[in-house]
Write a protein that binds this ligand. Structure first.
Ligand code: ADP
Ligand code: ZN
Length: 317
């Protein structure tokens, strides 16, 4: 009989252990500590020996039950264990439901940075059940909204309007409202990924806000969360867009307001500008003195531009 190994973190295990054992009768739980620190090769090794001890074989299935961290670890483990086993992803954060669980990217961090080691390996299925958001801390809902708003800015003005009009419902975690946003994000992300699975061109549009966002995370030593860093990154990248006159000021102001409404621009610990500038040089998409950046042309659409490091550094003051 097929075995399921459910990879989850300690917070989720506390809440959902019973439900999971009922859902997957022939299963065992592998619990890792919650948090980005678990995204390491050490965790992959520990999980590997847990699987071996249970005689987990090539015909068994891994289940990721958690946020982006769990999805990343499980995806990588699934692609490596016995040269590849089936995995199912059950995202439990808004960020993972809207973004991270789709596209097959996984990874762990090394001393040199985030997601330095990883593969692209597609899950057999992604099972999204918004009911799991009921136990998710509100702060994490706001972080997830940063990615949803990003998708709206680059691809869907209607979703942007919807989010603007439904702020209260979102923050109250109204399931139907969240479901609409998750569904639309899934459609947008799948369409982008299908056209460029290996991330060599058009998929870069998903990186909007992330070039500067990643540099902010790095400069803060990862004390600023991903969602917030992306919102701040979008703020800076929009300044570049304004300087390049790709978008009107009124549109940029609307974007800034929506991030304010979700408390994504609240004061964060000041990051060192020197570190931020250094972080930009680390960008995977840098080519000599330019970076290929997608900038918005209006709410709902974005275009690629080659932006010089100088133009990026000008807004980082
Ligand atoms: P992401 O990378 O998707 O933002 P993480 O995997 O870092 O998310 O998870 C963020 C935090 O939220 C972790 O502490 C995790 O244990 C917790 N968490 C994830 N999903 C839930 C949930 N449905 N209910 C309660 N806590 C959750
Ligand atoms: Zn992101």
């Amino acid at each position: 009989m097929k075995q399921y190994a459910i990879i989850t973190d300690d917070n989720l295990a506390k809440i959902y252990k019973k439900e999971l054992s009922e859902l997957y009768p022939n299963s065992f739980l592998c619990v890792v500590r919650a948090g980005e620190k678990s995204k390491s090769l050490k965790t992959i090794e520990k999980l590997t020996s847990m699987l071996s001890k249970k005689n987990f074989s090539k015909s068994d299935t891994l289940v990721a039950f958690g946020g982006g961290v769990i999805g990343d670890i499980t995806g990588l483990l699934a692609s490596l264990y016995m040269r590849g086993v089936t995995f199912i992803n059950i995202p439990t954060t808004l960020l993972a439901m809207c973004d991270a669980s789709i596209g097959g990217k996984n990874g762990v961090d090394t001393e040199d940075g985030k997601n330095i080691l990883g593969t692209i390996y597609q899950p057999h299925a992604v099972i999204i059940q918004p009911k799991y958001l009921k136990s998710l801390p509100l702060k994490e809902i706001k972080n997830g909204m940063a990615e949803a708003i990003k998708m709206a800015i680059i691809k869907d003005k209607k979703m942007f309007n919807f989010i603007e009009q439904n702020r209260e419902k979102i923050l109250k975690k109204e399931i139907l409202t969240l479901k609409k946003i998750i569904t639309r994000c899934g459609e947008i992300k799948s369409e982008i990924v299908e056209n460029d699975e290996k991330d060599t061109g058009s998929r870069h549009i998903l990186n909007y806000g992330h070039t500067i966002g990643h540099a902010i995370e790095r400069a803060s030593n990862y004390t600023i969360e991903h969602g917030k860093a992306v919102a701040l990154g979008i703020g800076y990248e929009n300044q570049i867009a304004l300087n390049k006159k790709t978008i009107q000021k009124s549109e940029v102001d609307r974007i800034q307001k929506i991030f304010n409404d979700f408390a994504l621009t609240e004061k964060v610990k000041k990051v060192s500008m020197k570190k931020l500038h250094a972080g930009i040089l680390h960008d995977k998409k840098r080519k000599n003195d330019t970076i290929h950046l997608y900038l918005p042309t209006s709410i709902g659409s974005a275009q690629a531009y080659d932006i010089s490091l100088k133009d990026i550094q000008t807004v980082l003051v």
